[in-house]
Design a protein around this ligand. Structure first.
Ligand code: IVH
Length: 668
């Protein structure tokens, strides 16, 4: 075999694998095998540079950067498409076609997804890719040949089936797969470059590079869908044309269908819209074309668009609007979230007037300001968000937005812990958080006030009987008995439970306060370290807290922040004045469950699995997922099944949730 045939064979093989991968989505070699073939070809070519041809697969990149793009006049204009915005407009299109063809018979259509990328034209002479251009204004576009050459799914030489046209012009859409787009943006963020707003913008930006090496680094794809000049081969229909494209080596969208009549069009439109969310690339509608080229010719074109085709558009998922205001809002956990108030717009069929801005970092990164025109998106059911600011439309005199440093609900100073993205209101009496805080305070692992459920908390806060935690201790029997659905007896019981709960432990009280990052275990550690002396804990420094084993920087800072707040101190003092006392336990220490193994099963109703794990581990035990001879206790909630049976057969001690709490609380 001469070197020349060897090189030719390699090129053919590489092209074949390219077609398998990009056209048939069916690679038959591994990436490594493919790379090895490329390397082999590169080696041979570097030894015989006189044999290198421009369409060799090794020659995709390498052209030097341009200073500007030349203009190219399309031999046949690249028309645009008229739009149909809904089913009625699609029906009207079908009637017009029938009228134009002067027939009552159902028309044969071809339906294609409307790919959301950029239209390009590829020109081949004698089967070799000679140049390619953007659509431009439809008549002239930009010469982006060197960039298009870098796109691996564009053949540099069409596959020869003995019917290679003298001139072959193919139109198609350059776009990106979502997955590739996501990775590209991730890399850009890593490199401190701003991410692209969507795959379409990323594709446009990538094709418009003067340096083809940059284009080569972007994961662009092509699907082809329309003929330009084709010299020497005649097609009777779009379907026949699209069938030939893969045989030449051009990728075609796999979702294309043919069918008759308007019902077919409507069905495809609906199917495509529902498929949209799960497709690996963006489509923004469906394109309907009269399939028969003879009929297309009869129908003809208008000045900018053919009469024989229409784009059935979907409702946009990304639209622009104006940020009228930015309002900090407070979540149940005290997190301050900036919310953009938008001029209402329709996004994918839903009127949107709010978008979350997440936090200050996001605002800074996107430089979002009041008055800005922004691109917003609603992906599926998620809360709308701002994709990017259209800087060109920024009004004069705007300034960067900074979240206020006070809570929008209670006016307290908010704190943003180091390393965290969100600022929080740490006021335990903040009205936005009070219900959650009280429910936590009275719960089993905290002050354990029997009968004090979520409904009661709602009622008490709504009736203004409780504004802060310590108000619980000012409640009297009459107030409770007067509440809806509350009898005298229940009121008595609750008052009694409140009284009983005053005798507690230091650890429980600390946990009950809901200090961020401080749970029951931390409570126990602090109890031991400060010997149940609250004043001492209150006045301790960061260093002394941090010096305690198991109290890290974050927890130390949370504790410090919490006690650094007058409102919090005030509430604590009121609780103490109400008679809360800490039992000193002769404790077995923190390790009463030392080396005991627990399994939790069934749907737990009194605590979460995580809480349970924390409790067990805090007391020196451990939890596992399955029952064995080594299991000491099985805690069974409602609906326990096979694990319960196994535990019974192995003679493992079985506890109810309450029994477990009793056991764990015997140390608390
Ligand atoms: S055919 C004469 N087919 O939509 C018909 N266009 O609004 C020319 N597009 O510029 C276009 N998917 O960028 C055709 N399957 C498809 C398409 C498609 C996307 C784009 C194309 C065109 C625009 C027209």
């Amino acid at each position: 075999m001469t070197i020349n045939t060897q090189i030719e064979k390699l090129r053919e093989l590489i092209n074949h694998h390219n077609i398998q991968y990009y056209v048939h989505d069916n690679p038959t070699v591994s990436d490594i095998e493919y790379d090895n073939l490329m390397r082999e070809l590169q080696d041979l070519e570097s030894k015989h540079p006189e044999l290198i041809t421009p369409e060799s697969p090794t020659q995709r990149v390498g052209a030097s950067p341009l200073t500007e793009f030349n203009q190219i006049t399309h031999r046949i204009p690249l028309l645009s498409l008229a739009n149909a915005m809904n089913e009625d407009e699609i029906k009207r299109f079908d009637s017009q076609i029938k009228k134009g063809l002067d027939t009552d018979a159902e028309i044969e259509y071809i339906a294609e997804p409307k790919l959301d990328g950029l239209a390009v034209e590829l020109v081949y002479e004698k089967g070799i890719f000679v140049y390619g251009s953007t659509r431009g204004d439809g008549v002239t576009g930009e010469d982006i040949t060197t960039n298009l050459r870098t796109i691996p799914s564009i053949p540099l030489r069409i596959k020869d089936n003995g019917d290679t046209p003298e001139i072959l012009e193919i139109r198609g859409e350059v776009f990106m797969f979502h997955e590739d787009f996501r990775k590209l943006n991730e890399t850009r963020l890593d490199q401190d470059k701003s991410p692209f707003a969507n795959p379409r913008n990323a594709s446009a930006g990538s094709l418009r590079q003067l340096n083809p090496a940059i284009t080569a680094s972007r994961p662009l794809r092509i699907y082809c869908y329309a003929p330009g000049v084709i010299d020497g081969v005649d097609f009777v229909s779009q379907h026949q044309f699209l069938t030939r494209l893969p045989e030449w080596g051009f990728p075609v969208c796999p979702l294309i269908k043919t069918g008759f009549g308007v019902d077919f069009l409507i069905r495809f439109y609906q199917e495509a819209e529902s498929m949209r969310r799960t497709l690996p690339y963006d489509i923004d509608g469906a394109v309907f074309k009269v399939n028969n080229y003879g009929q297309q010719k009869t129908l003809g074109t208008r000045s900018r668009s053919p009469r024989w085709a229409i784009a059935g558009k979907f409702k946009a998922q990304q639209v622009t609007t104006i940020i009228e205001n930015i309002i900090p809002s407070l979540g149940r956990t005290g997190a301050v979230t900036p919310v953009a108030k938008l001029s209402p717009v329709n996004v994918g069929g839903v009127i949107v007037s709010n978008a979350t801005l997440h936090n200050q970092d996001e605002i800074d990164r996107k430089d979002i300001r009041i008055g800005d025109t922004v691109l917003i998106q609603r992906a599926g059911d998620v809360i709308p968000e701002v994709v990017m600011v259209i800087k060109e439309k920024r009004p004069a005199g705007s300034h960067p937005y900074v979240l206020p440093d006070t809570c929008p609900v209670c006016g307290h100073k908010v704190k943003r812990p180091e390393g965290e993205a969100v600022a929080r209101c740490g006021n335990i009496s903040c009205p936005a958080q009070i219900k959650g805080r009280i429910s936590h305070f009275v719960s089993k692992n905290c002050m354990d006030i029997d009968g004090f459920g979520v409904k009661l908390v709602d009622q008490l806060v709504d009736e203004n009987l409780i504004n802060k935690i310590s108000d619980i201790y000012d409640l009297n029997q009459q107030q409770l008995a007067a509440l809806d659905r509350m009898g005298d007896k229940s009121a008595d019981n609750i008052i009694e439970s409140i009284g009983k709960s005053k005798k507690t432990t230091f650890a429980r009280f600390i946990h009950a306060l809901g200090i961020r990052n401080v749970g029951i275990n931390a409570g126990k550690i602090l109890e031991k370290a400060f010997n149940s002396n609250l004043a001492q804990l209150q006045n301790s420094s960061f260093q002394s807290l941090n010096a305690i084993d198991e109290i890290g920087d974050i927890m130390a800072q949370s504790i410090l922040d919490f006690f650094n707040d007058d409102e919090n101190i005030n509430t604590i003092n009121k609780c103490l004045e109400a008679g809360i006392t800490f039992e000193q336990k002769q404790s077995f220490g923190l390790n009463i469950l030392k080396s005991k193994t627990f399994v939790f099963t069934g749907s737990l109703t009194k605590f979460t699995r995580n809480d349970a794990k924390e409790i067990v581990e805090g007391l020196g035990g451990k939890t596992t997922g399955s029952v064995s001879k080594k299991t000491d206790y099985l805690v069974a909630g409602p609906g326990a099944g096979s694990k319960l049976k196994k535990a019974e057969s192995l003679g493992v001690t079985i506890l109810t949730e309450d029994e477990f709490l009793e056991l764990s609380n015997s140390s608390a």
